[in-house]
Design a protein around this ligand. Sequence first.
Ligand SMILES: C[S@@+](CC[C@H](N)C(=O)[O-])C[C@H]1O[C@@H](n2cnc3c(N)ncnc32)[C@H](O)[C@@H]1O
Length: 612
Amino acid sequence: MEIQRQSKQQQQEFALASITELASSSTTSSCSRSQSVPVTARFSADNGVAELRFNRDSDDSITVDVKTARIFKLGPLQSVCITEASDADSSKEKYSTGVNFQFRNEEESGAFHCAFEQWKKEVTVQGALLPNGPVMACKSKFDDKIEPSSAKMYFHYYGQLLHQQNMLQDYVRTGTYYAAVIENRADFFGRVVVDVGAGSGILSLFAAQAGAKHVYAIEASEMAEYARKLIAGNPSLGERITVIKGKVEEVELPEKADILISEPMGTLLVNERMLESYVIARDRFLGPNGKMFPTVGRIHMAPFSDEYLFVEIANKALFWQQQSYYGVDLTPLHGSAFGGYFSQPVVDAFDPRLLVAPTICHVLDFTEIKALYSNLGCIVGYCTPERSFASKAFRFFLMSDSCPFLPDEVTALTFLGSTHQNFSLFFLQEEDLYEIDIPLKFIASVGTRIHGLACWFDVLFNGRQVFVLIFIPLFYTVQRWLTTAPGAPTTHWYQLRCVLSQPLYVMAGQEITGQLRMVAHNAQSYTIYLTLSAKMWGPGAEQGGILQTSSCKLDLKEPYYRMSQPQAYAMAQDQQPHQLIHSQDIQIQATDDLEEPELIQPPPQNLEGQLQ
Ligand SMILES: C[S@@+](CC[C@H](N)C(=O)[O-])C[C@H]1O[C@@H](n2cnc3c(N)ncnc32)[C@H](O)[C@@H]1O
């Protein structure tokens, strides 16, 4: 489609099938000159003026000013560009220029027209182009919130095949995606798919295997070139895939998508802040009633007790307790070093028996369909933004006819704000991911010393399967979970633990409360604030109030990867982990309810061999 972008996007070039010059101010002849050799159309910014140049060969081109040019579609593959003659010499009669051009296919036509609109918008809004052309000139949401040095490192990392290979070799991850796509062919077959952050293009290829009509694979890093190569090497699938190099916040697509597929999860689900790009892609590219794969993400949390880990971290700072290090007293820095080690979240695969209370979870529904709650607390319907109306207009559907004052479907109900009389609306917006607050409440299962909070995540692919029973199509929900839970097959995300420098002492049955607050920062990660408190326990506890509180602040961007020693464990017959272990196994349900998946497989007996 777009075949070249050069020097910081000052130029944008498209391949055409042919062009025909209709007439020009310098030519009075009514004869058209026609070319059948492939030609190009190139947008460029020169001295703040945007030009569109139709090149037939190196020394034969037609140049038009984007500001005055107008483009009309004559057919799916044919367009005409008309530009007014300049006023420079008012004594002469004015003639306009006309160029009739043909595209090779509809996608290329769509992409060209999107680009034209963007260049045109830029010159109209700015008056003249900034030196870097339209995309750079208007800062995207991504550029607004992310530090350029962080983005540079981030896309450099993902531009390398070895890191893509690392993800591809996480067979739990990639295999679950493959299964989720192939099992849910009905969601992909004949559909337009957008792969958000395509990397090597693997998910686009899976979507094409499932029969997608067309896949747009958007990738911002240099990996886009490798993706093109991989896709070209699989021509039967590749002919239905278009790789678009650019950020999902910036690129334009020629059509709306029926389904988005992406792997935007970082450590603790939210690290890398790519979920925000996934939500932006939803708002920019997904058509009405579109689907998202994955559909939902959940962060699971439980307090843990791990004396070895605590001592290991505390001991790292012992170095700074030396009073005569080559004659220098290091102790003034001991406190800072101690605090520094406890500000690193620990990433490893731990034994689930270290958890000391049943887990809780925080749900992030990536789709925009949200429950609508009455003030009585019951769900009475759901609503979804109606894209053709203003952003605050919603389409409303009742789940039952129990509500007397609303018809079954009321369109364009305008809710000015998040609360309207009896109803509360919950929409996951990109901004909701800037600050995530999770209240914590656990009941300790054993008397122990709590060293912190263990976290992991899972995501749900809420698919659709069609069975035909005597010519009647039946639709079933096919739910597949990808989990990173302790005790489940290890993934490259492992699990994450926030360790308190002041452990808490609890008795069995004692309540532990607190808060996990995650605040996004411009280095594509989060600052984590954790507080855990244990209330008085036993007779007279009500009067006692909070007994102990411990807090810590951690940077999710700077974790301590603790994978050097394999974390072997054997699951004793009589011991069960405190949290439900989610399996990736298929679940077929006839409802859309988001239920905890059942334990289908027993946890593995030994994870030793799976750790790298
Ligand atoms: C976790 S990798 C997943 C790659 C591939 N989809 C897979 O599953 O193997 C995320 C990819 O998204 C790309 N990416 C992240 N943010 C992006 C954005 N805002 N626009 C376009 N690509 C982005 C990264 O460069 C990276 O290649």
